[in-house]
Design a protein around this ligand. Structure first.
Ligand code: GCB
Length: 590
């Protein structure tokens, strides 16, 4: 059982961040295990961790198979007596981990943390030899599926490397690797839920906390926020408590007030968590934050930058939050995978609302049933891990359990009575129900593509549609695009009466290309496309959110629809310079 609480140094807990230069070697023929590369790499090169390997060495750009990372680390003597864990923030895609020559575990799935108890294998009188084999082979039975094009087939539009999704299949140790020393009995998990009541005297916040320990602990503990505390009585490792905070400051965009929750476990352990007091609800066709209707303005994003690839790049992340503020955005979707834990911490601190997405992109239900079954298992695992990791962030208002699932071929969707159509409905309904059961306090949704059957939206809390009127559909024809968008939104609203989130819309734009009258690829055209969408949303409050695709230009596979191996729909360039559209947004949003 591995705790997903973010690593924390305090008087009970220890952490050591192993970021830095590691030894690296690709293993295209998978000989590393047989040749015991976990003891020593035959001909290593150097590589930065965190970071995607594809951007670091010329020979690695399109390399997506197995590769080894190795480093040595001393454990501080003060950690003796503790349980020692290795924690990997993100290994894309499949990882096997060895410590001092012993294999300690495997993990499937990029973008979410995992770890293992390595106590029996560590050394105190010599450095510890840590080896991680990361395999990113593009396979159809993985999530997201690779080695297969969008919609499950290939076409002249498929790129290289071949993926079912429109972003570069970056590989490697993309977030930090940590060693952690935890007390034998420790806090394994914390779940926080908040409510509030308004009286004449002010707002009273209610913080419900449940705590789980790693072992069958039966002693006492405490929870405390802002001088208000309560004793916890653990039975079989579980306890619950409630704190009432007078004159509470609510969390939200523009007022991201955070409280520090401190949890203690007698003499054994302690942990602090930044929390916000806020409520979120979907009522009728509107979203409500703290009982007030809220409209979301922002983007679909990517974790993507030159040099670091999809690797954690804190300066760029901080810069992005600054640009979100500059442009007047109050939210974004973590398209198309869970972002770093630091990105979620920043959203809490800056009052940015997050639609938190799993890596379930590129699902198609006409695949071989064994593949669909495997995708379902991987979706469940990713949904469970994501919710456990991010459930205490006030910034997260919704879980997106998939992006653009399709019933069949990209170009010829099957009929509503076909097995692919029905299997898709069942798959999504089950996943939505599972996410709601795990977290009843947030909305659950998925982002639908133009060819995703709208019947699949039956059980989502709000509808997310990715729409490319004026680009993939009716390219170059602004007035008909505007009319078609308006007609479709009106019909969807009439059918479901739920809030509609336009989770993607936009146009590829070459920075510096201009045209009057506006023409596709020019900055003027991007401005016009964004403008007609925003105008419609402004006049129709049931459009609860406009997320432009994309915040910034980002790397994709190479192909005939991706100039320079880039998706150019960013309102900022990849190096974060504003296009004309960014100024338009600032003039409307700030
Ligand atoms: C979509 C996808 C997104 C793509 C985008 C595009 O619908 O969800 O991943 O990048 O379209 O620009 O084609």
């Amino acid at each position: 059982m591995f705790s997903l609480l973010y690593p924390q140094q305090n008087s009970h807990r220890n952490v050591l961040d192993l970021s830095g230069l590691w030894q690296f070697q690709e293993d295209p023929h998978n000989v590393g295990v047989a040749q015991a590369w976990y003891n020593a790499l035959p001909t290593p090169s150097s590589i930065a961790v965190p970071g995607s390997w594809n951007e670091q060495h010329e020979r690695l750009r399109d390399y997506t198979d197995a590769a080894w990372y190795v480093t040595d680390a001393w454990l501080p003597q003060g950690w003796r007596g503790q349980r020692i864990f290795v924690r990997v923030g993100s290994a894309n895609y499949f990882a096997r981990v060895w410590v001092n020559g012993s294999e300690v575990g495997t993990h499937e799935g990029g973008h979410l943390p995992f770890g293992f108890d390595i106590s029996p294998h560590v050394r105190w009188d010599a450095p510890n030899h840590i080896a991680i084999c990361v395999d990113n082979t593009l396979r159809q039975d993985r999530l997201p599926p690779g080695g297969v094009g969008m919609g499950g087939g290939t076409s002249m539009l498929s790129g290289y490397p071949l993926t079912s999704y429109d972003f570069f299949p970056y590989a490697g140790l993309q977030r930090q690797v940590w060693l952690m020393g935890l007390p034998a009995v420790h806090i394994h998990d914390i779940t926080v839920n908040t409510q509030f009541t308004r009286q004449n005297t002010g707002v009273t916040g209610t913080i419900e906390v449940s705590v789980q320990t790693n072992a069958d602990y039966n002693g006492a503990g405490t929870i405390a926020v802002d001088g208000v505390s309560s004793v916890l009585y653990f039975q079989n490792g579980k306890a619950e408590g409630t704190l009432s905070i007078p004159n509470a400051k609510l969390w939200g965009p523009g007022h991201p007030h955070l409280y520090t929750l401190r949890v203690t476990l007698g003499e054994h352990d302690s942990y602090t968590l930044d929390i916000g007091i806020r409520t979120f609800a979907v009522k009728g066709d509107r979203l409500y934050l703290n009982d007030e209707p809220i409209t979301l303005k922002g983007f679909g994003k990517h974790e993507d930058f030159a040099g670091s690839g999809r690797g954690l790049n804190l300066p760029v992340m901080v810069k992005d939050y600054d640009l979100l503020r500059w442009v007047g955005a109050n939210s974004y979707r973590t398209a198309h995978y869970p972002y770093s834990e630091e990105a979620m911490q920043m959203a809490d601190r800056h009052g940015v609302l997050i639609i938190d997405e799993t890596p379930a992109v590129g699902l198609a239900f006409q695949f071989d049933p064994a593949i669909v079954k495997r995708h379902y298992e991987l979706c469940v695992q990713a949904t469970e891990t994501l919710i456990e990791r991010d459930k205490n962030h006030p910034c997260v208002i919704a879980w997106s359990i998939a992006n653009e699932p399709v019933a069949g071929s990209f170009f010829a969707p099957p009929a509503p009575d076909s097995p692919a159509f029905k299997n898709g409905a069942q798959f999504l309904d089950n996943l939505i129900a599972h996410a709601k059961e795990l977290d009843p306090s947030r909305a659950v949704t998925f982002a639908g593509m133009m060819i995703s059957p709208s019947a699949w939206f039956a059980n989502v809390d709000f509808i997310c549609v990715n729409r490319y009127y004026g680009w993939y559909s009716m390219g170059g024809q602004l007035p008909p695009s505007q009319a078609a968008f308006a007609a479709e939104m009106t019909a969807l609203h009439t059918q479901y009466g739920k809030p509609i989130i336009v989770s993607e819309f936009g146009a590829d734009t070459v920075a510096g290309m201009h045209a009057q009258p506006p023409e596709m690829w020019s900055e003027e055209y991007q401005v016009e496309v964004i403008k007609f969408h925003l105008d419609f949303a402004d006049a129709h409050p049931y459009i609860a959110c406009m997320h432009i695709w994309n915040f910034a230009d980002f790397k994709t596979a190479q192909g005939i629809i991706r100039m320079g191996g880039m998706n150019l729909k960013g309102v900022f360039t990849r190096d974060r310079r504003p296009k004309m559209a960014a100024h338009l947004l600032r003039s409307r949003w700030v």
